[in-house]
Design a protein around this ligand. Structure first.
Ligand SMILES: [Zn+2]
Length: 695
C-alpha cells in the first residue's frame, strides 16, 4: 500500500454512514457508529489529528414516503428523528465532533457548489430516460415510490436498490413491471429529461484508486467487478420536491438524488466543525482539499456508493479521495435478522433502561468478530463475554492488584518498573497501533485485554502476598509493575470503554481525562497515592439473562400476532443498515419421500480449492471443488456473503449428480449446500476426506 502508517502528519477525518432520519435505533444500528467512535478515539490516542463527523440523512424517498403516511412534512418528520439520534449517540459515548444534517445550509450550499463544479469540468450531461409515473396520482415515482422486478437477478426490488436480491443500485427506468407504492397500480414509464454524472469517464481513475484503497478487504474486493466491467453513468436528479434543488435554472423541477448530497455531508460536517473550533484546531479545507487521511466506516450494503460513485465525485470535483473504507458485516439477534416491524430488536433506549453500561455493548460489538464478519447478538453471549472477559480478566486483575497496592502501600510503591513489564507494555502499544493500521478495532481493543491477562499471570506467578513479610522490596517491585499495567490498560482500553476507563483513571489517582492522553502515558510513572478501589465490572447473573430472553420472546410473539400481513417491509433502513434480511422459518414439508428417493441424491464431501467472483454477476462465485474422484467447477450465490479469499481449504457438502447448468456463461457442475439467505455453508464436523458419501 502506498499510504504511510498511522499516525501521519495529515489531518484525519473519520466518518460513519449517515443514518436515515427515519426510525428508532436498535443495537444492530450501533455497530458502525461504535466502530467509528472507537477508531477515531484510537487514532487520537496514537497522536493523530482527527475529526469524527457524521449527520442525519434527511432526504430520499423513504423519508418522504413515511412522512406522507403520517401526514406531516418530510422536513418535520426528518428533523424529529434527527434530534432523537443526536440525543442517543452520546448515551453510548459515541461523541461526534460535529453531527449535522443533510438539509442544513452548509450541506445545501456545498452540494450545489460541487455539482456546479462537476458541470464546469464536463462530467454532467442530459439524457432522456423512462421514468415511472402514476397516472392516477398524477405523480412521478422516484426511487421508493416504485416497486417491481430487478432486471439483473429477477428478485423483488424497491426503487433504487435490489435490496432483497443482488443488492445492486438500480437506475431510474431499470425496474421491470413497475408498480406505484402510492396507489398499488401499475406504473407507466414516461420519457423525461434528467442529468447524468459521467462515472464512466472516470473508469481509469477508479481502477487505480481501488488498488490504493485501504480498509476491510470486502470494500476493496466487492466493487472490482463494477470498476473493471462496464461502468454505468449515474442519474443524479429526481422528480421530487423534497431534497436539495438542482443548482441553476432547473431548481423548480428537479432535486438532486439523495446519494449526491448524503456523502457530501461528510465534508459539510467537517466544515461545521472547523467553524466551531477554528481552523487552527482543525482545518477542513486542508483535510478535504489537500492532504487528509479520510476513513469511511459504513455497513457493507453501501460499499458501491463509497468506492465507486463517491470517489468519482470527489476526484472530479478536486477533493481528496478516501484513504480507507471499513465496511461492517451484518448483525443478527439470536441468529436471525433484526425486525423492527415484528419488534424483534433490542432497542438502544431499552438497553440503557435495563441499566447496562454502554461500555459493555461497545466491547461486545467491537470485539465479537472481525469488523467485516457478521456478528450475532444474544443476551446469553453478551453475558458470557462480559462475565469471562470484562469481569474475569480485566476487572479481576485491576481490582485485586489495586486493592493490594492500596492496602499495603496506599498507592504505588516506590520501586522502578521492571524490564519485563516495560517490554510487555511496549508490546501492547505496538499491538494497539498495528490493529489500527490493519483497520481492526477488535485487534486494537484486544491489546488491552491481553495485557490485563498478562497482569493476572504476572501477579499469580509472583505472589506478592507471600512477599510482604519475607521480601518487602520484591513485593513493592511486583506491585509497582501491576499499577503500571493498570495504567496502561486504562490508556489502551479507553477508546473501547471510555466511561469505565475514566473511572479507572480516577481510581489510580490520575488527573484529567484519560481520552486526552497518548500512548506514551502508558509508561509514565503512576500517581503515588490513591484511594481504595472499587470493582469496575459486575457479573451478569443467569436469572437476569432468562428475564431478558423472556421479555424479548413475549414482545416478538405479541408483535407477530398484531401483524397479520405477511409482508415485512423494513422502511427504516439507513445508509448503514446493519440488518440481515428477515428470514422467517418455513413450515416443514408435508410430503414424505422414500429412502430410495433420498438415495438418488449423490451428496459428497468436497474441499474448496479456489473461489473467485464471476464478472458481471453480483452474487455468483465460481468455485473449484475437489471431490476426491475429480475436481468440479461449481457456481454458487455466495459472492457477497463470504470472503472468497478465505474459502480455500473449506470442507463443503455438494450435490454431485445435479444436472449441469450455465449461469452468466459459466458452467456449474454440481451444487453447494448452504443454509438460509446468508448462505451459511454446510461443512463436516470431523475429518471426512473429499469424495466421502454423505448419507
Ligand atoms: Zn437484483
Amino acid at each position: 500500500m502506498s499510504h504511510e502508517d498511522f499516525p501521519t502528519e495529515n489531518p484525519s477525518v473519520v466518518t460513519c454512514g449517515l443514518p436515515y432520519a427515519n426510525g428508532d435505533l436498535h443495537i444492530g444500528h450501533l455497530r458502525t457508529y461504535v466502530g467509528g467512535d472507537i477508531y477515531s478515539r484510537s487514532l487520537r490516542t496514537l497522536g493523530q489529528q482527527t475529526a469524527f463527523v457524521c449527520g442525519s440523512d434527511m432526504h430520499g424517498t423513504p423519508v418522504a414516503v413515511n412522512a406522507e403516511k403520517e401526514g406531516v412534512t418530510p422536513e418535520e418528520f426528518a428533523l424529529r428523528h434527527h434530534e432523537k439520534y443526536k440525543e442517543t449517540f452520546p448515551k453510548f459515548e459515541i461523541e461526534f465532533d460535529n453531527y449535522g444534517q443533510t438539509h442544513d445550509e452548509t450541506n445545501t450550499e456545498l452540494t450545489q457548489e460541487i455539482v456546479r463544479t462537476l458541470e464546469e469540468e464536463g462530467y454532467v450531461y442530459e439524457k432522456e430516460i423512462p421514468v415511472a409515473y402514476d397516472p392516477d396520482a398524477d405523480q412521478w415515482l422516484p426511487d421508493r415510490f416504485v416497486e417491481g422486478t430487478c432486471p439483473y437477478c429477477g428478485a423483488h426490488a424497491r426503487g433504487d436498490e435490489c435490496d432483497e436480491g443482488c443488492g445492486r443500485h438500480l437506475e431510474p427506468g431499470e425496474i421491470e413491471d413497475p408498480t406505484s407504492t402510492l396507489t398499488g397500480n401499475p406504473a407507466e414509464y414516461r420519457e423525461r429529461q434528467h442529468k447524468f454524472f459521467a462515472v464512466s469517464d472516470l473508469q481509469d481513475y477508479l481502477q487505480e484508486f481501488i488498488n490504493r484503497l485501504e480498509g476491510t478487504s470486502n470494500a476493496q474486493n466487492q466493487p472490482r467487478d463494477w470498476i473493471e466491467g462496464e461502468l454505468q453513468d449515474w442519474c443524479i436528479t429526481r422528480d421530487m420536491d423534497w431534497g436539495i434543488d438542482y443548482p441553476g435554472e432547473e431548481a423548480d423541477e428537479l432535486v438532486l438524488y439523495v446519494w449526491v448530497d448524503a456523502p457530501i455531508e461528510y465534508i459539510a460536517s467537517t466544515k461545521q466543525y472547523t467553524e466551531n473550533v477554528g481552523a487552527d484546531v482543525f482545518d477542513w479545507e486542508e483535510a478535504w482539499k489537500e492532504s487528509g487521511d479520510i476513513v469511511h466506516i459504513i455497513g457493507r450494503d453501501i460499499i458501491q456508493h463509497h468506492t465507486v460513485f463517491w470517489p468519482a465525485m470527489l476526484h472530479a470535483a478536486g477533493y481528496v479521495e478516501p484513504r480507507a473504507v471499513m465496511a461492517s458485516g451484518f448483525i443478527t439477534l439470536n441468529g436471525k435478522g433484526f425486525s423492527t416491524s415484528r419488534d424483534r430488536a433490542v432497542w438502544a433506549d431499552e438497553y440503557l433502561d435495563e441499566g447496562f453500561h454502554p461500555d459493555l455493548l461497545r466491547y461486545y460489538l467491537a470485539t465479537n468478530g472481525g469488523f467485516q464478519q457478521d456478528v450475532d447478538f444474544s443476551w446469553s453471549k453478551f453475558q458470557e463475554r462480559v462475565n469471562s472477559e470484562l469481569v474475569g480478566t480485566v476487572g479481576n486483575f485491576l481490582y485485586r492488584s489495586l486493592l493490594f497496592a492500596y492496602r499495603n502501600f496506599e498507592g504505588t510503591p516506590d520501586a522502578p518498573l521492571s524490564d519485563e513489564v516495560r517490554e510487555r507494555i511496549e508490546e501492547a502499544i505496538d499491538e494497539f497501533q498495528a490493529g489500527l493500521n490493519d483497520y481492526s478495532i477488535r485487534k486494537s481493543g484486544n491489546a488491552a485485554v491481553r495485557l490485563a491477562q498478562f497482569g493476572n499471570e504476572y501477579i499469580q506467578r509472583n505472589e506478592p502476598w507471600k512477599l510482604t513479610d519475607e521480601d518487602p522490596e520484591q513485593a513493592a517491585q511486583v506491585i509497582r509493575d501491576c499499577v503500571q499495567i493498570a495504567k496502561a490498560v486504562a490508556v489502551l482500553f479507553a477508546p473501547t470503554a471510555p466511561g469505565k476507563m475514566q473511572e479507572l483513571w480516577t481510581q489510580i489517582g490520575e488527573e484529567g481525562d484519560v481520552s486526552d492522553v497518548g500512548t506514551d502515558a502508558a509508561l509514565e510513572s503512576p500517581a503515588a497515592n490513591f484511594d481504595e478501589p472499587e470493582a469496575l465490572f459486575e457479573k451478569i447473573e443467569d436469572e437476569r439473562v432468562e428475564d431478558l430472553n423472556e421479555k424479548l420472546a413475549e414482545r416478538v410473539a405479541e408483535a407477530t400476532d398484531d401483524d397479520d400481513s405477511d409482508e415485512d417491509t423494513e422502511d427504516d433502513d439507513s445508509m448503514t443498515e446493519s440488518e440481515s434480511v428477515e428470514t422467517e422459518l418455513e413450515p416443514l414439508a408435508d410430503d414424505r419421500i422414500s429412502f430410495d428417493d433420498f438415495l438418488e441424491l449423490d451428496l459428497r464431501v468436497g474441499e474448496i480449492l479456489d473461489a473467485e467472483g464471476i464478472d458481471g454477476a453480483d452474487k455468483l462465485a465460481k468455485l473449484t471443488v475437489d471431490i476426491g474422484v475429480e475436481e468440479r467447477q461449481i457456481v454458487a450465490g455466495i459472492k457477497q456473503l463470504h470472503d472468497l479469499d478465505s474459502l480455500a481449504g473449506q470442507k463443503v457438502i455438494i450435490v454431485a449428480n445435479l444436472e449441469k447448468a450455465e449461469l452468466f456463461g459459466v458452467e456449474s457442475n454440481g451444487m453447494l449446500l448452504a443454509a438460509g439467505d446468508e448462505a451459511d455453508i454446510l461443512t463436516t464436523h470431523g475429518d471426512a476426506v473429499p469424495g466421502t458419501k454423505v448419507q
